[in-house]
Ligand binder design. Structure first.
Ligand code: HEC
Length: 137
């Protein structure tokens, strides 16, 4: 009887430890999912996060758009401000369904990206829009 109790206790300990390990392993998994989400544009927790992943990942937007300064393209902040002020639909622009309103003279440069954005889902385009708007001052 005593022996069974001890064995039972040891088994319980081992089980408890194993559970702990799995728990922390699960947590590690979570952070690495977020990391890979930003590099591969996978789904993430909020639309803004998902938009950020797409912007820096498969969308490749970051190579021409910086957050607060103009580079090859206008800054994210400038675009967001103009879209908001004029109440324009960014999703339809990214689908190639509405005209450029920020810097039409450079539209040809932006237009080359429609191959990427047109292949994105409605959810992904809305996430990018949410990410742009999250930078409004
Ligand atoms: C090769 C450089 C380049 C890349 C990559 C790029 N853009 Fe642009 N983008 C531009 C330029 C230049 C403009 C300014 C021309 C214009 O306003 O259309 C612009 C303008 C814009 C505008 C404003 C359009 C308007 O109404 O005038 C939005 C929104 C935008 N980009 C979103 C994106 C998103 C989202 C991505 C990634 C999927 C992206 N861009 C990738 C160069 C780029």
């Amino acid at each position: 009887m005593k022996k069974t109790l001890i064995i039972g206790f040891v088994a319980l300990l081992v089980f408890a430890c194993k559970n702990k390990e799995e728990e922390s392993f699960g947590k590690q998994e979570e952070t690495s999912t977020v990391e890979s989400a930003s590099s591969e544009g996978m789904k993430a927790a909020t639309p803004e996060k998902m938009g950020e992943s797409l912007f820096n990942g498969k969308g490749n937007c970051f190579s021409c758009h910086k957050i607060d300064t103009k580079s090859i393209g206008p800054s994210v902040q400038e675009i967001a401000k103009i879209y908001k002020d004029k109440n324009q639909n960014m999703v339809s622009f990214l689908r190639g369904e509405s005209d450029a309103i920020v810097d039409p003279t450079q539209f040809e440069v932006m237009k080359a990206n429609f191959a990427i954005t047109k292949a994105m889902s409605e959810e992904e385009l809305k996430a990018i829009e949410a990410y742009f708007y999250s930078h409004l001052k």
